[in-house]
Ligand binder design. Sequence first.
Ligand SMILES: C[S@@+](CC[C@H](N)C(=O)[O-])C[C@H]1O[C@@H](n2cnc3c(N)ncnc32)[C@H](O)[C@@H]1O
Length: 234
Amino acid sequence: MPEQSRSAAAVWSDAEFAQAWLGADPQGPQDLLELPRHMAARLVAEETPQPRLIVDVASGAGKFLSVLLDAFPDAHGVWTDVSDTMLERARTDLARFGDRVDFTVGDMTALRAAGVPDQVDVLVTSRASHHLAGEELRGFYREAGSLLAPGGWLVNLDHIGPEDEMWDKRYRAVRKKFSAPRAATPSHHHNYPLPSEADHLDGYRAAGVSDVDVAWKAFYSCLFIGRAPRSPQS
Ligand SMILES: C[S@@+](CC[C@H](N)C(=O)[O-])C[C@H]1O[C@@H](n2cnc3c(N)ncnc32)[C@H](O)[C@@H]1O
């Protein structure tokens, strides 16, 4: 397992840490990321009204997967994550989808080895790829892209590292005023600087997905969404 991925996996595999993080994560209307999750579902639905296979990588409790399985009632979902604590929680939170969801534990830098199938119509990940950097991040994108069906969607909702000092200062000054009140989040190690918006867009291109945009952005969080070519020629 590559180094940065290994250290993130170790942190999230600690049951006490993962449970504390889950307890502090905003729910319902307090969760400001519900908007970009629903935006992604709508954007996909416009061009792919009936995706068959949806995969959520580093899915945690399965928040993104829930939104997509509600939006696409005929789709089958694959939940994957490295943490057994998250598996336990996701089995509860996704129970209402019954046998529409398969669960597989594994590392996001080895998706095939983790049991993620190919011909994926929508591959999403959220709040996890910032643990990777450089070649690990590009490698994740390359493998994710290679698992997509023709015309499949690659969606990443994640926190990015600032590229501009002045804007970083401005954002830091105001962003807390817009955050939902939350219990103290347990701190965990990050490799700073986090990958930038440009690093993610490079990753999409490395994955062969050049039809990509940042569909939503708030301070340091971005919704990246891209569509693979519909055929090798297009
Ligand atoms: C901040 S949580 C986000 C969970 C979920 N995607 C969401 O947005 O609600 C980060 C998730 O990434 C998972 N994770 C961290 N490193 C990983 C790795 N190397 N491979 C697979 N999952 C990983 C953690 O177990 C955790 O569930």
